[in-house]
Design a protein around this ligand. Structure first.
Ligand code: PEP
Ligand code: MG
Length: 592
């Protein structure tokens, strides 16, 4: 048997570490498609044909709904789906494969889909080239009908797999057996997607934004991936694998002994570093890395773990109490459910909304699902009876949203009081992620006790660039002067109105950004806990007055590239340390 050729692909390394394993391709709904040997191929073929008939009926119904809603001419969009569901070449290829390979219908269908999608993508005519997405949508529907709608089957993974997906829904992390996953590679996405954030939290090496990944890999291929450099090697040479795996792990976090002294810059200004966490078990590591609290607990995973997306008050209470107990004497800031956009709950239909980042997410969704929201508020308030807890509201855009949330909190507090539970004050914070909220900070401050800047989203909304879309990733520019001006506005306003502000976006975890943020006026940074020891060293090796000078000059520049070219050598000079910062500079290069 001839060995498969080695193929090297490149993407963005989003979660550190090197991994080697066997590819398991999963589709956009995190559905795993295995080859399963079937004995009764006729029955399997019938199962497939029935799924086709159901799919046709669904498309028919959808078509008439679409025509009713937006007019007859739009119904024809779905005619393409009918054509595919009737395409004898496509269907016969699948039926033939079921019989020839004694294969399950899902596998045969996925193989045919990959081949047809590739063929369409290679067409010259742009219109026909784009039709590949119709094949994907139709296939998705048939797969759903074959499985009787069971999108999450990640709970039963084989050992040592590297998951390969076009787009991995982060909720998948909640249901899969993490110990079996060595790495993750995806075609879309980048560093600030939630999938990337969770991979880092789970220490799963990951590379995202790999062009043509899905057409290049098959389930069963061997793959070596480098989460630091973004390189992915399919079918690597066995000798190379052995020597790579013998190497000591690269950028290991410097955990060591827990620092006791307060962190201060060289000129004596106190700076506090907190942890962003997604999983309860991370809190121990956060503490030993020197976190002075949990600056952001993303509560979404609690919800993702439930098939109906609704953990009970008691289940939440146990988690919140445990987090706060372990973080004592420091506080934890629980962000209320920020579902929607790239964090769809398992119960949500992905095709629900064409522009989910601007849709029903965060506080908008919570205010529409009052029972769920109130249950979370109650759990947070009850947990606050035994620990230092703050509550943060995601995606606030208007005054009405925070007022409504406050009313619900007050109502819950009264109800608890009437049953004898007296809740201490719980500071309420607003995430600054939407530009409108930033400009309304002073008004919002009438209702908010503190602010927490979510640069991951703020940058996406400021630059009008989907944080998960690789095609426009070049526009996701944290160093753009407009972003720096916004951040400066935030720190100046917070100082004037005397409200605490901390920054929780991924940018705080890079030493260059961290120093720039200090210079802009942030004294509280929250980041993934593994980055805390490094940022601690760097912040302790710079003076605030130097950081301020650098920030002032950066603010006068015109492009992200200008800022980068000025900032990286300036900060490297200002930081008196022997740590080599080159790879961190490379990571933030807007042209790189
Ligand atoms: C942010 O947007 O920066 C943030 C911290 O929230 P998330 O990454 O969970 O959207
Ligand atoms: Mg956000």
């Amino acid at each position: 048997m001839s060995a498969k050729p080695e193929i090297v692909l490149f993407g963005t390394g989003v979660s550190s570490g090197t991994a080697y394993g066997q590819v398991l391709k999963i589709d956009s709904r995190n559905r795993v498609i295995f080859h399963a040997e079937v004995d009764d191929v006729d029955a399997e073929a019938r199962r497939f044909t029935e799924a086709i008939e159901i799919s046709k009926r669904q498309v028919e119904a959808l078509k008439s709904r679409l025509e009713e809603k937006v007019g007859g001419e739009h119904g024809v969009i779905l005619d393409m789906h009918f054509l595919i569901l009737d395409d004898r070449v496509f269907l016969d290829e699948i039926l033939d494969s079921i019989r020839r390979n004694h294969a399950n219908a899902e596998w045969a269908l996925a193989q045919a889909r990959d081949r047809f999608v590739e063929a369409y993508k290679s067409l010259e005519d742009e219109y026909f080239r784009e039709r590949y997405s119709d094949i994907e949508h139709v296939t998705e529907r048939i797969l759903m009908n074959l499985s009787g709608e069971q999108p999450f089957s990640l709970s039963n993974l084989p050992d040592g797999v590297v998951l390969a997906a076009r787009d991995f829904n982060p909720s998948g992390f909640a249901v899969m057996d993490i110990g079996k996953v060595r790495g993750l590679i995806t075609e879309s996405g980048g560093r600030t997607t939630h999938t990337a954030i969770l991979s880092r939290g789970l220490r799963i090496p990951a590379v995202m934004g790999i062009k043509n990944l899905m057409s290049s890999v098959s389930t069963g291929d061997k793959v070596m991936l480098y989460g630091d450099t973004g390189q992915v090697v399919l079918n690597p040479d066995q000798k190379q694998v052995e020597s790579e795996l013998k190497k000591p792990a690269g950028l290991l976090p410097e955990t060591g002994r827990r620092p006791r002294a307060r962190l201060r810059t060289r000129d004596g200004v106190a700076v506090s570093l907190c942890a962003n966490i997604e999983f309860e078990h991370e809190v121990g590591a956060a503490k030993s890395c020197g976190a002075e609290g949990v600056g952001l607990y993303r509560s979404e995973l609690l919800y993702f773990r439930h098939p109906d997306g609704k953990p009970s008050i008691e289940e939440q209470l146990v988690v919140y109490q445990r987090l706060s107990e372990e973080m004592k004497p420091h506080p934890i800031s629980i962000r209320t459910l920020d579902a929607g956009a790239d964090k769809a709950l398992p119960s949500e239909k992905p095709e629900h909304c064409a522009n989910p980042n601007m849709g029903l997410r965060g506080i908008r969704l919570s205010l529409q699902s009052r029972d769920t929201f109130q249950a979370q508020i109650e759990a947070i308030l009850r947990a606050a009876c035994s620990g230092r807890i703050e509550m943060t509201l995601p995606m606030i855009t208007t005054m009405e949203e925070i007022r409504e949330a406050r009313l619900l909190i007050a109502e819950t507090r009264r109800r608890l009081a009437s049953s004898g539970i007296k809740v201490p004050p719980v500071p309420l914070g607003v995430m600054l992620e939407v530009p409108a909220a930033v400009l309304m900070m002073e008004s919002l401050a009438a209702e908010a006790d503190f602010f927490c800047v979510g640069t991951n989203d703020l940058i996406q909304y400021l630059m009008a660039v989907d944080r998960g879309n690789g095609e426009v990733a070049y526009l996701y520019q944290p160093l753009h002067p407009c972003v720096l001006h916004y951040l400066t506005f935030i720190t100046k306003t917070a100082a004037r109105i005397k409200k605490p502000v901390r920054i929780c976006g991924e940018i705080s975890a890079n030493p260059f950004y961290a120093i720039l943020l200090l210079g802009i006026g942030f004294k509280q940074l929250s980041m993934n806990s593994l980055s805390i020891p490094l940022i601690r060293r760097v912040v302790g090796a710079v003076s605030l007055s130097d950081a301020r000078k650098i920030a002032r000059k950066a603010l006068r520049l015109k492009t992200a590239k200008d800022v980068y070219e000025y900032l990286t050598p300036a900060i490297a000079r200002a930081v008196s340390t022997d740590i080599n910062l080159d790879s961190w500079a490379a990571e933030i290069n807007p042209g790189g």
